[in-house]
Design a protein around this ligand. Structure first.
Ligand SMILES: Nc1nc2c(ncn2[C@@H]2O[C@H](COP(=O)(O)OP(=O)(O)OP(=O)(O)O)[C@@H](O)[C@H]2O)c(=O)[nH]1
Ligand code: SF4
Ligand SMILES: [Mg+2]
Length: 419
């Protein structure tokens, strides 16, 4: 899977942020204009920077815009700092008050982000002015500084060289399925119904297929009829026999089964203990969080202390079309209202997460697999939740917990307790 570095351009209005974005992308990605507040929202551009690899470049609104609208833009801009690997602070050296720049730098440093300062020289300045600016900017803190003229394209390559010299991308390799061994079989349980999209696997299924194949192992997809498996005894037995015939048809037993979380109630009963069992949702959250599955596993314990009036937030990281038996809007709320009557369920859909102050009211966050968001976005969410002390778990872990402690331990075992 492609790893991107997130580089954000921050600063006051009219400092030349959009011009810098356009300089880097070599086209008019953002509107640059002398009107203060031209950029109203975060603007993202994907690009490949030679030597740096795939990059998400973000242009932002100026943080010094007054009034209510300015405050909204500012909140969104500051929120983005959390998702950046590198923060570029653009400064017009003729400016004399660095309160806003210092705020950005302070916040970025607090969040352990890499920071560089770009002086955009609207007019020729002598070195003294730059030296004075540096002194006013968080005195004593060493931050790499570069001066350029953003409207002059000859500064593009020197700027890129400066970024390459001063930025270390975080490309910690993260195996999708660390327990996969060459020459072993891996079964993917894929229940399909009339709502399942034609002509393609879902992203986590396709990623698992690709990963297993790339690692010289053998992925095998199995379509489970969930309604039969959960149906009347006769039907359920027939479906179970079909599954067992399938498993017994392997000369070498499958090493692991990765199931759709919705089928964990069936799979936790049907899969014997000599085969590893986990879910796509657990796989994805471990991958996107860069190996922080233990946090989601520990978070599920918060369910044991839920009481009437407590609030639980179900967080879905994208706005996919929701079908009748949707996990986040139907299945999990139904389980919660049955197991924990009086507990209030709320939802957060899409890429934007709630502010810390509104997260505080929840006793637990139940997060989806996060297969459509960047690891930086998920890490930012986890950081916010740690800050407000709210535990987080995940769909796959929650649905396994519902089946009992044995099922829960089984699905996290391949990650937390294997090699
Ligand atoms: N002469 C000169 N003009 C510049 C330079 N950089 C930007 N400008 C101009 O300054 C104005 C503001 O630049 P923008 O890139 O829109 O500034 P911004 O920081 O994105 O501003 P907001 O979106 O309002 O926050 C535009 O008219 C640019 O053409 C520069 O290096 N030299
Ligand atoms: S990001 Fe979350 S809600 Fe969207 S498809 Fe992936 S798991 Fe489902
Ligand atoms: Mg702009």
């Amino acid at each position: 899977m492609l790893e991107y570095s997130n580089i954000g351009i921050f600063g006051k209005m009219n400092s030349g942020k959009s011009t810098l974005m356009n300089l880097l992308t070599q086209q008019e990605t953002s509107i640059a204009d002398a009107t203060p507040g031209t950029t109203a929202d975060v603007k993202m551009s994907l690009m490949e920077i030679h030597g740096l690899g795939p990059t998400r470049l973000f242009d932002t609104a100026g943080v010094d815009e007054p009034d209510v609208l300015g405050e909204k833009k500012r909140a969104k801009t500051l929120q983005l700092i959390k998702e950046c690997d590198l923060v570029l602070v653009v400064i017009d050296p003729s400016t004399s008050n660095f309160t806003y720049e210092n705020e950005i730098i302070g916040m970025a440093r607090e969040l352990d982000k890499q920071v560089v300062i770009i002086f955009n020289l609207f007019n020729p300045f002598d070195d003294d002015v730059i030296v004075q600016c540096k002194e006013k900017l968080l005195a004593g803190i060493l931050i790499p500084v570069f001066s350029l003229v953003a409207v002059d394209v000859t500064f593009r390559q020197p700027l890129i060289d400066f970024i390459l010299a001063n930025f270390e991308p975080d490309f910690k390799p993260m195996p999708l399925l660390p327990f996969v061994d060459a020459n072993k079989y891996y079964v993917l349980i894929i229940p399909m119904d009339e709502e399942t999209p034609d002509g393609r696997f879902l992203r986590p299924q396709a990623l698992a297929m690709e990963y297993i194949t790339r690692n010289w192992a053998f992925p095998v997809a199995y379509r489970l009829d969930l309604s039969k498996a959960r149906g009347a005894v006769n039907e359920s037995n027939t479906e179970k026999e079909r599954f067992q015939r399938f498993i017994n048809s392997f000369t070498d037993k499958p090493h692991a089964i990765i199931t759709d979380s919705q089928a964990i109630d069936i799979m936790s009963r049907w899969v014997s203990d000599d085969i590893l069992l986990t879910t796509f949702s657990v796989m994805m959250i471990n991958y996107t969080s860069k190996g922080r599955l233990a946090e989601f596993y520990n978070g599920v314990k918060a369910l044991e202390t839920l009481k009437t009036g407590d609030k639980v937030l179900i967080a879905e990281a994208c706005n996919h079309s929701r079908v009748n038996e949707d996990i986040g809007t139907v299945q999990i709320p139904a389980i919660i209202s049955k197991r924990f009557p009086g507990v209030v369920v709320e939802h957060n859909f899409g890429r934007e997460f709630q502010s810390n102050s509104s997260l505080e009211k929840y006793k637990l966050i139940i997060h989806c697999g996060g297969c459509m968001i960047s690891h930086q976005k998920l890490q930012a969410r986890l950081r916010d939740l740690r800050q407000v002390g709210v535990p987080v778990t995940n769909y796959g872990i929650f649905l396994s917990w519902v089946q009992g402690i044995a099922a829960l331990e089984k699905v996290v075992n391949p990650w937390l307790f294997q090699k």
